[in-house]
Design a protein around this ligand. Sequence first.
Ligand code: T4K
Length: 405
Amino acid sequence: MKSDLSQLAVLGGPPLFDAPIHVGRPNIGNRERLLARINEMLDRRWLSNNGPFVQEFEAKVAAFLGVRHCIAMCNGTVALEIAIRATGLRGEVIVPSFTFIATAHALQWQEITPVFCDIDPRTHLLDPAQVQRMITPRTTGIIGVHLWGQPCDIEALTQIARRRNLTLMFDASHAFGCSYRGRMIGNFGVAEVFSFHATKFFNTFEGGAIATNDDDLAAKIRLMKNFGFHGYDNVEYIGTNGKMTEMAAAMGLTGLESLDEFIECNRRNYDWYRRELTGVPGVRMLPMSEGERCNYQYIAIEVEEAARDQIIQILHAENILARRYFYPGCHRMEPYRSFFPHAGLLLPETERVAGKVVVLPSGSAIGEAEIRGICGIIRLGTAHWRALREMLTSRPMAAVAPSGV
Ligand code: T4K
């Protein structure tokens, strides 16, 4: 535990951790169970195309979410693209800019214009009042993002969508295992999309899923993720290849068996961070809604904007690879930056929040001791960032993560 500036690695001290501590270290689950499933898959020689593990995985996820249909996918981005296509979105679709770039790209990839909407700075989620302002005659839908696993204001967004005859869906990539008013995320809008990427607390190596209670939509999505094939020689829609592999489903089935443990571990980490950071001047930890189910996978804090990159630099020097998710906002990345050079004028809260957020490591790779060490560095960094900046002005700033993530 470092308590003095002179001990900081950025000033020449030894780093707090010998090996890098990551934000998104994957959870593996029970290795023996996973290897047994992989052997079973190899013996069966059924590796893809709606195999038995994928079917079992879909049934188990649907039961867990209490939703009629779960369609497993090769990743969250393709799942978003297919959900967007299957629900007939076109023209303009309202999305937050403060999200991972895939939310916007899934629209633009299909030549649908993402219209970036501002967020509520307290929650980092779409602000329904701003959503209303962004609606034009070309608007066909809204994609809310349950950022950090916190549910959007689903009721307000549902009302807007109903009143204005818009399709509402959610990018629920961060919200597997979370609930809204006691109902699992996966049940809202016309469809909700999950990511099971390696860096998510629950992963299938790469993977994703669409959850929906609409039977017709589910049937269409199933065709679309398999080139549009209905039977051996009959294609009914334009489709793509969005299929989940048996290997991914084996990982998913194994992870599902440890889901409670993963969440419990995240919850413990969240509580330790909260204990260590509550009351630290210049630090605000994003609260998770009490009384709801939550996966606690992202530990997002806000620090003073002028201090943020300095703090990231200090953390990285200690081998703590904190991230600036989702800086600088989609509207400041290409192609959107060129398409809408003045979008920032309508996104003041997004711009402010994107300048302040630091996402800290969590997951089963770390525990109380590491978190106490990380928070000690944050306390030093936030208390002394001006002095540190002056001491470091002659040194290049090498440790900040590349922009865009
Ligand atoms: N919508 C939202 C709101 C999303 O957040 C995402 C994905 C999507 C849609 C799209 O879903 P997918 O198509 O990805 O299923 C990562 C992930 O690649 C991405 O899945 C995720 N969001 C995003 C928030 O984070 P990067 O570029 O930050 O990943 P990377 O490679 O820097 O990894 C993060 C940390 O995890 C690193 O510190 C290293 C560590 N790591 C990573 C991998 C892959 C490991 O320790 N082991 C690993 O296997 O984007």
